[in-house]
Ligand binder design. Structure first.
Ligand code: ADP
Ligand code: ZN
Length: 723
């Protein structure tokens, strides 16, 4: 037999399928070692065939076959080709997505443990052998027991004698390192509400392969996902459940584990290498049927997938920011197509792109307008920070927020204080009137660049002089800084000396259980106030929280991104959704310097469709996605000559395209990237806005053509950030 092998080298020059001779019983999907260029390296068998396309004497034999079930599911081969051609990466790079890195490096192995097993053999013990008799009685009850612990209990000598006499035998067994064991199990499903049932039926009816659940926070989306999964499991199928950042959603884990027990496996980077390895094999072996995890869990080794769920589908973590720069949704569509599976997207604030497809009928749309038990959505109070300044309040806390905090603490409820540190100190804003500097051509916020002391537009490269006074009101409080979490905590401590405060941001969260521990502490009411960044905005369900304070809604509003309006709307809705989820009514205080801003108005009225109409009209008029495609070709190298040469080459190739298809280009330019150098690598870019994706393949071609060992050239589509 002959094996078709992909060698595990990420290089375009060896991006081929190689042939090796192999034993008859080798199956596709197996890991092997093969001789390659004088070395022996890892490879993956993607197919076997009785014939070879080369003369037999030229074909070398496979050097080693790993003694395990084939690691790759059959679907991998088709997905590998799909991903390699869509994102122009070597096949080995595409294949690696399907394997935990521990496995490729061969570092992690299975763990075995010895057990003592009662054999049932009748033996005579002398009356003096008290320990042996005790151990035997113990083991008779237990049937089997961890050998080391048995020896600790009754002494090694006694146990060894029993083994010699044949009453006990030892057995080596594989141990599964299971994360989050000890969670409660066996919690049964809730009785679905009519709205949830209707949603489930619509998904079951399979009128659409893809369904979007647009449901307000607390409308019971999770229960719908779980029911969809449960039905597929009953049908003997498997499921993938994606969440933005799994370590941030311990409640979700608890829910899944308690509902599905060991049928659910968790894949995420916070696990130890051993845990991840074992969870992965539990899925591959069929013991576990539900894969739960962040973005990369879309590559879970499951066969016969019945449903794929993408929760919080609007979250930017679903776009990979390293090669291959895949969109999780695209991969999910490929897998759903291959398996004939249902794909369910859910969010309280769907991305404009996704919602537009649902409105157009490409996706099924399910709308849930009410919270479970018709609990009201929290009231959002706007605090105008310009007025606070005029009143002489120069602290970061408005009077409204201080008063509400006071009340919340007195009633024994909990509060969440949210602040947005992204974009911090880079946006320029007037604190007297709320004016924000924007690009005249693109209508996006300008970003301050300290090295040149100027303001720049990241979408067209235009430069503007730095402001010393506000052009609108002449005020001199032009700021480019926000307040940090530490400062907020310090202020809170002086305002409320007895309050117990927890802080959660990248600086306080360490270790694999860092998030989990902070959230657990807060959930068990060991603190009154939780202060944090984006991390605390996501899907948490803390019943005792009745107040949410949003410190600086403007910071994300004016982040220099065409999606900043969308992001702000999402953030306010999501953060507000943490308030008043249980019996007590919730409140939100939103602090801003631009209370009349339309995004804030829609958000405070929970008016998603108003927001969507407005936003799409704006994007249409300015030519931004989904009415265009932003495409950036990045050119990076530590050698400036090589970089510039590649940049010219790519730019020239794209200019030729523009000459042929002028209608496809809304904008095209080449320039330094906003951050000119990262880790010694110079960064240049060709930035374009295209009216469709028609030329995308050819743009990828140009990037591949000018990429070399010394210059990295890659394509980004609608990138999350343009720095
Ligand atoms: P979402 O994911 O839409 O924000 P959740 O699924 O977290 O909403 O549901 C909000 C709350 O309502 C949770 O506490 C959940 O346990 C509860 N819940 C959901 N569905 C039901 C139901 N059918 N009956 C009773 N409670 C429910
Ligand atoms: Zn511009």
């Amino acid at each position: 037999m002959y094996a078709q092998v992909i060698v595990d080298i990420a290089h375009s020059q060896v991006d081929k399928i190689f042939e090796y001779s192999c034993p008859d019983n080798l199956s596709a999907g197996s890991r092997v070692k093969v001789p390659f260029g004088g070395r022996v390296i890892d490879g993956f068998v993607i197919g076997v065939s009785p014939v070879s396309s080369y003369p037999a004497e030229k074909v070398k034999p496979v050097a080693q076959i790993f003694d395990e079930p084939p690691a790759l599911v059959p679907e991998c081969t088709s997905l590998m080709h799909g991903i390699a051609s869509r994102y122009r990466v070597p096949k080995a790079v595409a294949l690696r997505l399907f394997l935990p890195s521990e496995m490729r490096l061969g570092k992690v192995h299975e763990v075995y443990k010895k057990f003592a097993v009662y054999t049932g053999e009748d033996i005579k013990l002398s009356s003096s052998a008290k320990k042996q008799a005790e151990a035997l009685r113990f083991l008779k009850d237990e049937k089997e027991y961890d050998l080391t612990r048995l020896c600790e209990k009754f002494g090694r000598g006694a146990v060894n004698s029993l083994i010699e006499k044949g009453a006990v035998k030892t057995d080596k067994r594989k141990i599964t390192r299971s994360p989050f064991s000890g969670l409660p199990e066996g919690v049964s499903a809730k009785v679905l509400t009519p709205a949830q049932n209707a949603a489930l039926e619509k998904i079951e009816s399979a009128n659409h392969r893809v369904n979007l659940i647009h449901g307000v926070t607390g409308s019971g989306k999770t229960e719908i996902y779980l029911s969809v999964i449960a039905r597929e499991i009953e049908r003997g199928k498997t499921a993938i459940f994606l969440v933005p950042e799994i370590s941030l959603t311990p409640q979700m884990l608890t829910q899944l584990r308690s509902r599905f027990g060991g049928t659910a496996a968790i894949l995420h980077s916070g696990l130890s290498a051993g845990e991840r390895f074992d969870e992965w094999w539990r899925l591959r072996s069929g013991e576990a049927k539900i894969a739960i995890g962040a973005r990369s869990a879309i590559f879970a080794p499951l066969e016969n997938i019945g449903a794929i769920i993408i929760d919080e589908e609007h979250d930017s973590s679903y776009l990979s920011e390293s090669a291959p720069r895949y969109s999780t949704l695209e991969i999910a569509k490929m897998r759903a197509e291959y398996n004939g599976a249902k794909l369910v997207l859910g969010s309280a604030t769907p991305s404009v792109e996704t919602y537009a497809k649902a409105v157009d009928g490409e996706y099924g749309l399910i709308t849930l307008t009410e919270r479970i038990n018709k609990k009201p959505l929290p009231e959002i109070i706007i605090a105008d920070m310009r007025k606070e300044v005029k009143r002489g309040n120069n602290t970061a806390f408005s009077k409204a927020l201080r008063d509400e905090l006071d009340e919340t603490l007195k009633s024994g409820s909990q509060a969440i204080i949210f602040l947005n540190r992204r974009g911090y100190s880079r946006t320029v804003m007037c604190r007297d009137c709320g004016y924000v500097a924007k690009c005249e051509n693109c209508d996006v916020t300008l970003t301050y660049h300290s090295e040149e002391n100027c303001l720049k537009c990241h979408y067209c490269g235009a430069k503007y002089r730095m402001l010393t006074a506000c052009p609108e009101c002449g005020g001199r409080h032009v700021l480019y800084s926000g307040t940090g979490t530490q400062k907020v905590v310090a202020d809170l401590k002086s305002l409320f000396p007895t309050a117990r405060i927890l802080r959660m941001d990248n600086d306080t969260v360490t270790g694999k259980d860092g998030h989990y521990n902070i959230l657990k502490k807060f959930a068990s009411k060991q603190a009154d106030i939780l202060v944090g960044t984006q991390m605390i905005a996501k899907g948490h369900d803390f019943p005792a929280v009745t107040l949410v304070g949003i410190m600086d809604a403007d910071m994300s509003l004016h982040f220099s991104d065409y999606r900043s309006g969308e992001r702000t709307f999402q953030l306010i809705t999501q953060v507000s959704g943490r308030s008043g989820r249980a019996d007590d009514k919730g409140k939100v205080v939103l602090q801003t310097c631009s209370p009349e801003n339309y995004i804030l108005r829609f958000a405070t009225n929970y008016d998603y469709s108003g927001f969507f109409k407005n936003e799409t009209a704006l994007r249409k008029a300015t030519g931004f996605p989904p009415y265009s495609l932003i495409c950036r070709v990045m050119v990076t190298s530590d050698n400036s000559e090589n970089a510039l040469e590649a940049l010219k080459g790519v730019y020239f190739a794209i200019e030729e395209l523009r000459a042929k298809f002028p209608e496809e280009f809304i904008f095209l330019n080449k320039m330094h990237s906003p951050i000119k150098k990262i880790q010694g690598k110079l960064r240049y870019q060709v930035l374009m806005r295209l009216s469709s994706d028609r030329l995308l393949e050819r743009i990828y071609d140009a990037a591949v053509k000018y990429s070399s060992d010394s210059v990295l050239v890659y394509v980004e589509e609608n990138p999350v950030n343009l720095s």
